[in-house]
Design a protein around this ligand. Structure first.
Ligand code: FES
Length: 577
């Protein structure tokens, strides 16, 4: 057993025993316990990241996907080897899945690095999994291809189509407002998630799937196929086969993840009316490649990229309908003139070549023509001002038009706990014109920047029929949520950002057309408040003194840098145009 062709297949990354031939001898002896022949062990190895967990229903079809990917790898002459990684589901990640996105990215990267594989197929789906995997792939530098679990089907409640989780919030709002009773909300609960797969509206999961296809890290057509469709399995098989070719071609992520590819992904994010979380995740991915994201350019792109996809929460349809309308390629075709068509994709062809090879368009209603958009500008506006010196994000396509320019009195909640305790208090001093402020909920403050920015309308106002108010926080919002909501206020309150200095009764001015967010308090008064400010303590129950949380608290960066850990990205070497 020689050690020729070192650095390939099972010879890759040998364990250190001081004698390479012995290391390979030992590795093969062990893997033969699983029944492999010497011939099989000579094949190029394709790792398959298995993110199945009984805690992750969005990944409920991963076992079938693995079978399909293996079929593809084998027919292309490779050896498929699946391996487990962390998986994250939104509802089963206390206190928030975002706290562990970077952990998943780090763990996935290390598993790709430490185990012998010539290429890797990553199976993501639920919100944080795809960004974590692309961040991992970017850093690991091994040829990588993303497969997503696909969208869940929509459900039906008393004849009305429903889907997670825009309708979860809509019906919960109706329940809080006494519009529906206990029995009906229980029925709704049964109908919202009728199949496995990622959420069926343009939330973070669908957003990340679409932007990953636009980035070139997924085979064309793969983003939005339903999880339970036969096409989903055929796509996975094709990805497995393609991974073998990528290994031979040494098609590493750095050839795909270029500044122009990220610009394409941001265009897609805007055109689909995607989740605001996409801004943070794309920024973190770009920085893993050494590219800085300038939020000014995102805002500029936003002004010239209309929202075209008529899918909830900005529109009427569900993600499965987008699949029937041709998926991401239909969107790309509409914004073709705004894209960098020469970007390479995992197929080995450029984005432009993929578009040329796509099936001809057919009549459909889900992706609007540029002349008749869902929203004339991109869904996401970038705000600045004395309340957000670095930046803040506003999803204008999901906001009430009459609140885009609004001045109101601040009603401040000091933490998530404080908000939970007081938001529904009958004596809360609040009117519909006020501005709800939640702070200490950012990357460090919460910690983990939870999706709590969709601050509930105080019960006493909800019961009067109030559906929307201006809300401001340093946390994130689920992509499935809607409302006039300022997010990612940066710097966050917990590191001394101006949000920490707001007091009840201060006036705040939101001016989305002018891209401003101002606290109308004079500088001397703010300086006095700053001198008296002390940083909040992280919640003791989370054991901030030890373990991964300690690492997070010591190293997490602010939102405008992608909220990655500060030692994970290389020095900046370029900028996303
Ligand atoms: Fe997994 Fe929505 S909870 S995608």
């Amino acid at each position: 057993m020689g050690n020729g062709d070192a650095g390939k297949g099972m010879r890759k990354g040998l364990t250190s025993y001081g004698d390479e031939a012995f290391s390979l001898f030992l590795r093969k002896a062990f893997i033969k316990a699983l029944g492999y022949s010497d011939d099989a062990l000579e094949l190029p190895v394709v790792g398959i990241a298995n993110t199945y967990s009984a805690y992750n229903p969005c990944h409920g079809n991963v076992p079938q996907l693995i079978e399909a990917i293996k079929r593809g790898v084998l027919r292309a002459g490779g050896l498929p080897v699946e391996f487990p990684t962390i998986t994250l589901h939104e509802s089963f990640s206390h206190p928030t899945s975002m706290l562990r996105r970077n952990l998943m990215a780090m763990e996935t990267e290390e598993m790709i690095r430490s185990q012998p594989m010539d290429a890797v197929v990553l199976i993501g789906g639920c919100d944080k999994t795809v960004p974590a995997q692309i961040m991992a792939a970017a850093s690991a530098g091994v040829p990588a291809i993303e497969v997503v679990t696909g969208t869940m089907l929509s459900g039906s409640h008393r004849g009305v189509r429903v889907g997670a989780c825009t309708d979860c919030r809509r019906y919960w709002g109706m329940y809080r407002g006494n519009e529906i009773d206990e029995a009906e909300i229980a029925e709704v609960n049964d109908a919202l998630v009728p199949t496995v797969g990622y959420c069926g509206v343009m939330g973070t999961a669908a957003t990340m799937a679409c932007v990953t296809e636009a980035l070139g890290m997924m085979l064309a057509g793969g983003a939005v196929i339903p999880a339970v469709a036969a096409d989903r399995m055929r796509h996975a098989e094709a990805a497995g086969a393609r991974a073998v070719a990528m290994a031979a071609e040494k098609l590493t992520p750095d050839r795909i993840l270029t500044p122009k590819a990220f610009a394409n992904a941001f265009r897609m994010l805007l055109a689909i009316g995607g989740s605001t979380n996409g801004v943070i995740h794309l920024t973190a991915m770009a920085r893993r490649m050494g590219y800085a994201v300038d939020l000014e350019s995102l805002d500029r792109m936003g002004r010239e990229t209309p929202v075209l996809v008529d899918v909830k929460p900005s529109g009427r349809f569900y993600v499965g309908d987008l699949a029937r309308a041709g998926g991401v390629r239909t969107v790309l075709r509409e914004i073709r003139d705004l894209l960098h068509l020469d970007c390479l994709t995992v197929s080995g062809r450029t984005l432009g070549e993929e578009l040329d090879a796509a099936p001809a368009p057919w009549p459909q209603e889900v992706v609007r023509p540029r002349a008749n958009p869902v929203y004339p500008e991109g869904g996401i506006a970038v705000l600045r001002g004395n309340l957000a010196p670095e930046s803040a994000i506003f999803k204008q396509s999901a906001a009430s038009p009459d609140l885009l320019s609004h001045t109101g009195r601040a009603v401040v909640f000091d933490s998530l706990d404080d908000m939970a305790k007081r938001i529904d208090a009958p004596d809360l001093d609040v009117t519909p014109e006020d501005v709800l402020v939640l702070r200490n909920a950012g990357p460090k403050g919460a910690p983990g920047m939870p999706e709590a920015g969709y601050i509930p309308i105080p019960k006493k106002l909800a019961q009067q029929g109030v559906k929307d108010m201006v809300r401001i926080s340093d946390c994130r919002m689920s992509g499935t949520a809607f409302g006039s909501i300022v997010l990612h206020v940066d710097p966050e309150a917990a590191v001394g950002g101006p949000l920490a200095l707001v007091q009840d009764g201060d006036m705040i001015r939101l001016d989305v057309p002018g891209r401003r967010l101002e606290l109308l308090v004079d500088d001397d008064e703010l300086a006095r408040r700053r001198a008296a400010w002390t940083p909040p303590e992280p919640p003791a129950a989370l054991q901030p003194e030890r373990g991964y949380l300690r690492l997070h608290l010591d190293h997490v960066e602010q939102a405008h840098l992608g909220a990655d850990l500060d030692f994970m990205a290389p020095p900046v070497r370029g900028k996303v145009p």
